[in-house]
Design a protein around this ligand. Structure first.
Ligand code: FRU
Length: 475
């Protein structure tokens, strides 16, 4: 197995990724016998998408991972001959069971596999695969794949991601007594391909997740259109009698497809822990040359707030990675960049900023001393908008340079609380435990490790600024 290059300036140190080659969606997340199992879409043949297998890793603490052998490999002349695509894992009366999409030719159909051991290393594919022979005949379905399965009373339910031609994305609801015979019920929810407000949801929904968050249910889908992965959309609302009534629709992460195809599991403590696939922002050739592509997000804890919106926070377990803390005393921000004494490419930063009279607050990350390279996290208070601006992130013109963001309004009287994780080419931001935004950046200069702050249109005050160096998760 190819070993990672320790000098690779863009390879994350504390985000999960395989030793080499391609990774996309998290799959089969399950907290099994005290350990977190993370499976993922993996091409062992190179740093490009193709021949999908299920890679596998395990963790006792949610932070440090051990790589395990590949769990699912396509079987020639079978329903998954062309790939073991995304799916989930459930505990079926003590037997860990996978429901995944077997790819064969142009189509994908639901398949089942069961664990042969408690370490979830060896899997037996069900001889009766596929367990659903075709999409529902009464709908004109354009795509049909990816699974979320849960239990209600004596029955299993699942949603499968799909799109209805000229209508929109959908999550189709099924029911089963045994995970093998499935009865189609109805669409749990249907998007409107023609509606652009509050957010356009594309023509097909990949990787549906249906989460019971107590006060609310959340349907999280990855909006897809004509082969393009757009972003993750979260619908929250009420679920009753197998019907879901969405009340709000928004992007789950304002970094668009830098955070895609998330999957969640409920751990033994009852927490909903969610990971997403952080796509690359550099050329296919650069990915192949690097020998790796795709990063798993940090584990995010998702909960319903009293107002029905989601609360999203980084798992507190991540604090074990903290090394040296540097703390800054109070600081007045002006329109001139204030460069901080701390710097690095593998950092955690918590800032609390009173917006004062400022209309815009900017935090520059991965910044060179002359600001020729910098990535700006910007809160535009007038517009009610949070964005990551990577237009100057790298002098390497082949990397993506853009601005990605979305609506974010600070409640009256609240300070701006930014919780930022920097890990080489990855930026993950949690703002006021309310919105997340993910970025990918590839600075070309070794001295692009600075941090600077500024406020425009008035003054703002930093009340707290803590920066930790973070350790690698690999021993
Ligand atoms: C999402 C996705 C899924 C599919 C898998 C294939 O990124 O396209 O819809 O099952 O990846 O790798």
């Amino acid at each position: 197995m190819q070993r990672p290059d320790p000098a690779d300036p863009h390879r994350p140190r504390y985000h999960f990724l395989p030793l080499a080659n391609w990774m996309n969606d998290p799959n089969g997340l399950i907290h099994w016998q005290g350990r977190y199992h993370l499976f993922y879409q993996h091409n062992p043949n190179g740093a490009f998408w193709g021949t999908m297998h299920w890679g596998h890793a395990v963790s006792s603490d949610l932070v440090r991972w051990e790589h395990l052998p590949i769990a699912l490999t396509p079987t020639p002349a079978s329903p998954d001959a062309d790939g073991c695509w995304s799916g989930c894992a459930v505990d079926h009366d003590g037997v860990a069971t996978l429901i995944y999409s077997g790819a064969c030719g142009l189509y994908q159909l639901p398949c089942v596999a069961t664990a042969l051991d408690d370490d979830l290393i060896a899997w037996q594919k069900y001889a009766g695969n596929p367990v659903i022979a075709a999409p529902p005949a009464d709908l004109d379905i354009i795509e049909f794949r990816d699974h979320a399965v849960w239990r209600e009373g004596d029955l299993w339910y699942q949603v499968i991601g799909a799109g209805i031609r000229d209508v929109g994305g959908t999550a189709l609801l099924y029911r089963s007594p045994d995970l093998r015979t499935w009865e189609y019920l109805h669409p749990l929810c249907v998007g409107d391909l023609h509606a652009t407000e509050p957010v356009w949801t594309g023509s097909m929904w990949e990787c549906p997740q249906f989460l019971d968050l107590g006060a609310r249910h959340a349907l999280i889908v990855s909006a897809w259109h004509e082969g393009r992965t757009l972003y993750t959309v979260c619908l929250t609302g009420d679920y009753r009698d197998q019907r879901f009534q969405p009340e709000s629709v928004r992007k789950f992460d304002l970094g668009d497809n830098y955070f895609y195809a998330p999957q969640a599991c409920v751990d033994a403590g009852g927490r909903t822990v969610l990971w997403g696939w952080l796509q690359e922002g550099r050329s296919d050739q650069a990915q192949r040359d690097a020998g790796w592509s795709g990063v798993m997000s940090l584990p995010r804890i998702v909960a319903a707030r009293p107002d029905g919106l989601l609360q999203v926070t980084p798992a507190p377990e991540l604090e074990v990675l903290r090394g040296q803390l540097q703390r800054l005393a109070e600081l007045e921000l002006t329109s001139a960049w204030h460069t901080l004494p701390m710097q690095g490419a593998s950092l955690e930063l918590i800032a609390e900023i009173v917006p004062g009279t400022a209309s815009r607050i900017e935090l520059a990350l991965r910044c060179s001393p002359d600001h020729a390279e910098q990535t700006v996290l910007r809160y535009d208070r007038e517009r009610g908008w949070l964005e990551i601006d990577s237009t100057q992130a790298s002098l390497d013109a082949t990397t993506e340079h853009d601005r990605r963001g979305g609506p974010f309004t600070l409640p009256e009287g609240e300070s701006l609380r930014l919780h930022v994780f920097l890990d080489h080419s990855v930026i993950e931001v949690f703002a006021n435990e309310q919105v997340c935004i993910t970025g990918r950046v590839y600075p070309s200069r070794a001295d692009s490790v600075g941090i600077a702050l500024a406020a425009h249109g008035g003054g703002a005050q930093v009340n707290r600024l803590d920066v930790w160096e973070l350790r690698s998760i690999w021993l």
